[in-house]
Design a protein around this ligand. Structure first.
Ligand code: SF4
Length: 499
């Protein structure tokens, strides 16, 4: 970008012609983005010309089409688009994470959750706290909420999982919300009986796969068996159950999450092949987080974000190739960013939105009754830091949680238009930061974005996606468009009836 600026001269002769825009050199061209999410590429020469007030009729027509010419924009339409894209701001918390236990049967090298051993039953959530957590969740102003079971390993406290499901369904009759349940489980404690219950109660099941069997078992230690084989067998079994129910296997299948450790960086293709062979259709190439045990083991599993970028590009190139050969599979980061870039909508993914979803988009309820701004805030509590604690289910009021000073501070800190680097960043309209992450890495929720690993990851991914968009290979663009198509998995919705 600096190189480009040095060739420009002193400034535009007609500064009023264009809407305010941000720019960045991508793939040898200049990417322009506007506040409303429109984007276009111009050549370096065209950009120099623009800066000097030169605008050919051909370029002007292209810029008009993308709403970059100030006196040709339909202001009312842009306002409506912005209102639509940010409509999540009116929802209230949709995600309600319930940590039903810290106990876990596996020991993972990067564990974020500050796990407890299987005999530490004192870290199980009680039925009383479970009910109080559900009572708060149902008070959310969001018309649709998801209760997500996490741990530890949630199957280790299955009686309370069942109690939450039955209690929430019953209580929701008075609220009439669209209600969903999801569970993040390593599946090693799954039984046919538990599965019957989860299928009957329409609980979405999600697991973790670290890559090929050898890597998975090295990183996720299960002393009682083969962690990979157990997860793989249950994924197959659950997917079969969905088919037996007559559900479309493209939509209904177990999804798995990857945590990209250093050992994974050299084998992107093997990792993708593992996922595809397990029947997964969505792969989330998440880097390691600086939370929980991951922080302590940073030296052995962390890596330079440059290496992650190389891994990401190789992995997604391969995923695109598989799609071209007829295997439908997508990468989640790409899908989230592309939805914002190509459709003007926002999928309301809480970690990548502006402002972040901390508190106002999601809440975490710990086994001990404490309520946090997010699961990351809850993890910091397990490490002895209560910065993101909002209250306790015994006496917390929904309104007090939403107006809590920590929630308000997190909103301000994650407003990209107030972040010194983000405010000028070309990717401002599509991006998002997490105050909890800033706090952990920089000691302040405001953080220093340019030194932030998450910013590097987001910038690297968006550089990659815009490079592909600039290269404009027709079949890649078609695949990208498919990745932005949101298909409702309505089977998992439990519609309550207001009385
Ligand atoms: S987090 Fe980084 S990539 Fe995202 S808007 Fe801010 S500066 Fe840009």
């Amino acid at each position: 970008m600096n190189m480009l600026l040095s060739g420009i001269g002193k400034g535009p002769k007609s500064p009023g012609k264009l809407v305010p825009f941000r720019f960045r050199e991508v793939d040898g061209a200049v990417l322009l983005t506007s506040y409303f999410g429109d984007w276009t590429f111009v050549s370096r020469d065209e950009f120099r010309g623009l800066y000097q007030g030169e605008l050919s009729p051909e370029l002007e027509a292209r810029l008009v089409e993308k709403n970059f010419i100030r006196d040709r924009v339909d202001a009312e339409q842009l306002r409506e688009r912005l209102r639509y894209r940010r409509r999540f701001l009116n929802y209230g918390p949709i995600l309600h994470i319930m940590v039903v236990t810290l106990r876990c049967n596996e020991t993972c090298v990067y564990c974020h959750a500050s796990r407890a051993n299987m005999d530490q039953v004192e870290t199980d959530m009680s039925r009383d706290y479970a009910e109080k957590s559900v009572n708060l969740a149902l008070q959310s102003t969001a018309p649709r909420i998801t209760i997500e079971f996490q741990g530890g390993e949630p199957l280790a406290n299955f009686p309370v999982v069942k109690h939450i499901i039955e209690y929430a369904i019953e209580k929701n009759r008075a609220y009439g919300k669209e209600l969903e349940f999801t569970m993040v489980s390593n599946l090693a404690l799954m039984t046919e009986e538990k599965l019957d219950y989860l299928i009957k109660h329409k609980v979405q099941i999600c697991t973790s796969i670290d890559g090929p069997e050898k890597l998975h078992n090295k990183q996720r230690i299960l002393t009682t068996g083969n962690a990979y084989q157990l997860a793989a067998n249950w994924i197959e079994r659950i997917n079969k159950r969905y088919i037996e129910l007559g559900l479309d296997p493209v939509l209904y299948h177990v999804e798995a999450l990857l945590t990209t450790t250093r050992a994974a960086l050299d084998i992107p293709k093997e990792i993708i092949d593992t996922y595809v062979n397990l029947g997964c259709r969505s792969i989330f190439l998440r880097p390691v987080d600086p939370f929980g045990f991951a922080d302590k083991t940073q030296k052995t599993i962390e890596y330079e974000r440059k290496r992650y970028e190389e891994f990401y590009r190789a992995a997604v190139d391969y995923i695109i190739e598989l799609n071209k050969q007829g295997t439908q599979v997508l990468e989640r980061f790409a899908s989230i960013f592309l939805t914002k870039i190509l459709t003007g909508d926002d999928p309301n993914f809480l970690d990548i939105r502006n402002p972040s979803g901390a508190g106002v988009g999601g809440i975490a309820y710990n086994y001990d009754g404490n309520v946090f701004i997010s699961d990351e805030g809850r993890m910091l509590h397990e490490m002895g830091d209560d910065t993101f604690l909002l209250g306790h289910v015994d006496n917390a009021k929904y309104r007090d949680l939403m107006t809590h000073e920590t929630v308000r501070a997190a909103l301000i800190a994650s407003n990209l238009d107030a972040q010194p680097d983000c405010v000028n960043c070309t990717y401002n309209t599509y991006c998002g930061i997490k105050p909890e992450n800033n706090y952990t890495t920089h000691g302040s929720i405001q953080g220093r974005t340019r030194e932030n690993a998450i910013c590097q990851v987001h910038k690297g991914i968006q550089d990659y996606l815009f490079t592909k968009l600039h290269q404009a290979d027709a079949s890649t663009l078609e695949i990208f468009r498919r990745w932005t198509t949101i298909r409702e998995r309505s089977h998992f919705l439990q519609t309550g009836t207001a009385s």
